[in-house]
Design a protein around this ligand. Structure first.
Ligand SMILES: Cc1cc2nc3c(=O)[nH]c(=O)nc-3n(C[C@H](O)[C@H](O)[C@H](O)COP(=O)(O)OP(=O)(O)OC[C@H]3O[C@@H](n4cnc5c(N)ncnc54)[C@H](O)[C@@H]3O)c2cc1C
Length: 370
């Protein structure tokens, strides 16, 4: 049902983007909050939609086919909602009540349309969480403060809260992991949001850099060692893979509606349709395996899926663009915007070179796999 409602909204979002492809789509985000898409991964008990990971992937594909920037912006709070829900499930008993209470508060914030944005990536880290240089230091009152430089925080000034990874002194938090995640109000002192976004695609995401200078955090996300114990970000990787897939679908729809009279073109579009359907089936089947604390085998499967789907659908988008003709050969045409935005998929976490290195390092066939 949500997918049907989204389809109606997505047409409006595409019209808005055609008129203004550069400005943060604040009305789209407000509509997605109202629709329940951004809170879809939360359980119903806190006002969420309790949608499965594969259902959320389907929503992102549909949205990206119309408006990739809005789809990318939707992935960040959806990923955080899934992370918060995973924290509540995977929390050790000593932290369960806190994780549940935090999930209720974050979900209540979503009901107030407060936009939570990912502010994690760092220049030169290669997209690896373990290479983060941002540090979290605890003051005498127990509050953590962030110091470091982040890049590509989609949402920029429009975000109410950033979720950010940082390294921490293990003595400051018993049981902590190599990287912990924190929620920080964007209006807190020491949070400096720059104005340096000039994306190749995804123009309206406002994915600016952020400098933290001793910024007081609101709270730790989940519980100590969340990243290892709950594996919350693998969920987001499934959502990210849905974006270039949606871009390819958007171009296919644009070129295939109405069906062209040229037999050669119809054949090429049929081939494209098969590749799209195969990639979509692969991604949905993978996404169906999501659970908090994901196993190493499933994480490896997600890595393969994301690497495969982002690469192949980006290629597909480029091949379709070559067939699109002069009418679409404008910087601001819908097809050109979809093409440029599709390339963000390979850059999104884990970026393709890092993913390929990880694949090569971990390669091995499981004889029990069908
Ligand atoms: C449109 C868009 C929006 C984004 N939005 C967000 C957001 O909201 N929040 C956020 O936190 N991030 C965001 N990102 C960042 C993204 O998730 C990646 O983490 C980021 O692009 C990686 O940084 P880089 O490519 O600049 O890495 P660099 O560190 O500059 O590395 C450059 C390339 O070399 C590779 N590389 C470098 N070192 C290694 C190594 N040791 N091993 C293997 N490969 C290596 C990297 O994988 C990368 O492809 C966004 C990116 C894009 C394109």
């Amino acid at each position: 049902m949500l997918l049907d409602e989204l389809r109606i909204h997505a047409r409006v979002f595409a019209e808005r983007e055609a008129v203004d492809p550069e400005t943060f789509p604040a009305r789209d985000i407000a509509d997605l909050f109202a629709l329940g898409m951004l809170s879809a991964p939360f359980p119903r008990s806190v006002g969420g939609g309790e949608l499965s990971c594969d259902a959320c992937v389907s929503l992102v594909i549909e949205l990206a086919a119309s408006s990739p920037s809005t789809a990318l912006l939707a992935c960040m709070p959806m990923g955080l909602a899934a992370a918060s829900a995973a924290a509540a499930v995977a929390a050790p008993s000593a932290h369960r009540a806190t994780a549940l209470e935090q999930m209720e508060r974050v979900a209540a914030d979503y009901a107030q349309k407060r936009y939570y944005a990912a502010c994690n990536s760092e220049r030169g880290a290669g997209g690896a969480l373990t290479a983060m240089k941002t540090v979290a230091r605890r003051d005498a009152s127990g509050q953590f403060h962030l110091t470091g430089e982040k890049i590509l925080a989609s949402g920029g000034q429009n975000a109410a809260v950033f979720f950010s990874g940082a390294t921490i002194d293990p003595a400051a938090l018993p049981g902590s992991g190599a990287v912990e995640f924190f929620l920080t109000e964007t209006t807190a002192p020491g949070v400096h949001i720059l104005d340096d976004w000039d994306g190749f695609g995804m123009r309206s995401t406002e994915s600016h850099s952020v400098r933290y200078e001793g910024a007081p955090t609101r709270e730790l996300l989940g519980f100590p060692n969340l990243v290892e114990l709950a594996q919350p970000w693998v969920y987001s990787h499934c959502l990210f893979a849905a974006i270039p897939l949606g871009c390819a679908l958007g171009i296919l729809r644009e070129l295939g509606t109405p069906a062209p009279s040229s037999p050669a073109l119809r054949l090429r579009l049929s081939e494209a349709q098969m590749r799209y359907e195969a990639a979509r089936a692969y991604l949905l089947e993978t996404a169906r395996g999501w659970e908090a604390g994901a196993s190493p085998a499933w994480r490896a499967r997600v890595l393969r899926t994301k690497a495969y789907v982002t690469q192949d659908t980006t290629r597909l988008a480029a091949e379709l663009f070559a067939l699109s003709g002069g009418r679409h050969y404008r910087r601001s045409s819908h097809v050109a915007r979809l093409l440029a935005s599709s390339f963000a998929g390979t850059a999104l976490r884990p970026p393709l070179p890092l993913a390929l290195d990880m694949l090569a390092e971990g390669f091995g066939l499981d004889p029990n796999d069908s």
